[in-house]
Design a protein around this ligand. Structure first.
Ligand SMILES: Cc1ncc(COP(=O)(O)O)c(C=O)c1O
Length: 382
């Protein structure tokens, strides 16, 4: 057998035998995996349904159109692009569509819980080619919306990202919208982490408040790796050509042929996420996260959060990586993470980040997370 097949089998076994608490990970359904592993991976389809640069795309067009229709309905947006290869290319496409190089953009600081693609300075595409200003969180790790307003009014960015990667609180879309509207900025909600919670009805939707929604499809939404870019009614009201601009930025602006197997898998995941079972799943994710956070607190740890699927735990100055390794040795997979106003650095952070989407998929309920929380607190305090 090819060595790679053996390694895949080993990894599958490892994933199923360990406790997966990385909040951006999940276990997809068999049908999502079937779509990903299908012959759709063989097909080239540059362009969009009905306007392809390659022949032989009749069925592929139907697949992409179905993914688009299902996704639009699920999120409640007017237009949906399903071709971005992943979350980072989706955010890059939005920047390419709406901001010129050197113009000002605004996003949350990385160590406050923001994402690299939201303008992290110097080392990223978004921080290198745009003039980035960044907002922070307070001592509890919550966005200070008044300070955000002061920053935005002073700096007048052309585009604001509202969205997070390590933020345990509910996002107040209305407050973001007020700030953005005051200076006429584009408002982009990056719901990569919380998409599953939003469509499951346990986190408010940004759609009425923002111009654009971006999201990965592989986190709490439980689909394949990939991303979507939605244009809202508010977005189209501001610019009737917004959908066209987004589509052109994805192709031919940034990408070539779309990954049709991923798009088919998205269509599967969107259908799965629209059912009653998924609502129950989303509710359970949040219940489980609360129980885990409470148990860790009872165990003597400082926990940031939680109102959503994740929490950040203070494990002592610069101890994040060491604790994550110790947990890995105990079969518990988490990631080291900065805590709000960390005195360490991204390379030597003082926290760990944990979330419940993956283990909730595996059937974990509150009692399982109490037992797990006790075990984690013991390991952290060793
Ligand atoms: C908020 C947010 N946006 C974008 C991304 C980027 O997604 P990808 O890793 O698929 O490029 C992530 C990934 O962690 C994220 O959390």
């Amino acid at each position: 057998m090819d060595k790679i097949m053996d390694l895949i089998a080993q990894e599958e076994k490892y994933q199923n035998e360990t406790i997966r608490l990385i909040p951006s990970e999940n276990f997809t359904s068999e049908n999502v995996k079937k779509a990903l592993a299908s012959d759709l991976t063989n097909k080239y389809a540059e362009g969009y349904p009905g306007k392809r640069y390659y022949q032989g795309n009749k069925i592929v067009d139907e697949i992409e159109n179905l993914a688009i229709e299902r996704g639009k309905k699920l999120l409640g947006v007017e237009h949906l692009n399903v071709q971005a290869y992943s979350g980072s290319p989706a955010n890059s496409a939005v920047l390419m569509a709406l901001v010129e190089p050197g113009e000002k953009i605004c996003g949350m600081k990385l160590n406050a819980g923001g994402h690299l693609t939201h303008g992290h300075p110097k080392i990223t595409f978004s921080g290198k080619f745009f003039n980035s200003v960044q907002y922070d969180v307070d001592v509890e790790g919550r966005i200070d919306y008044e300070k955000l307003r002061e920053l935005v009014v002073a700096e007048k960015p052309k585009l604001i990202f509202a969205g997070t990667t390590a933020y345990p609180w509910i996002l107040d879309w209305e407050k973001f919208a007020k700030v953005a509207d005051e200076v006429g900025a584009w408002l982009v909600a990056d719901i990569s982490h919380i998409a599953g919670l939003i469509v499951g009805g346990v986190h408010p939707s940004p759609v009425p408040y923002v111009h654009i929604v971006t999201s990965t499809t592989h986190k709490s939404l439980r689909g394949p790796r990939g991303a979507i870019i939605g244009v809202t009614k508010k977005g189209l009201d501001r610019d009737i050509d917004l959908a066209k601009k987004i589509d052109r930025a994805v192709f031919p602006g940034l990408q070539g042929g779309p990954h049709i197997n991923s798009i088919a898998a998205m269509a599967v995941a969107f259908e799965e996420a629209s059912g009653e079972d998924f609502k129950k799943y989303a509710e359970q994710i949040v219940k489980n996260a609360k129980v885990l956070a409470d148990t860790l607190r009872e165990g003597g740890l400082k926990v940031f959060g939680t109102e959503n699927h994740l929490m950040v735990v203070d494990v002592g100055l610069e101890r994040g990586k060491e604790v994550a390794v110790e947990l890995e040795e105990a079969g518990i997979i988490v990631n080291a993470n900065t805590i709000p106003h960390d005195m360490g650095s991204p390379f030597k952070p003082s926290g760990i980040r944990m979330g419940t989407p993956a283990m909730t998929t595996k059937g974990y309920v509150e009692a399982d997370f109490v037992a797990l929380g006790v075990k984690i607190a013991d390991i952290v305090k060793r």
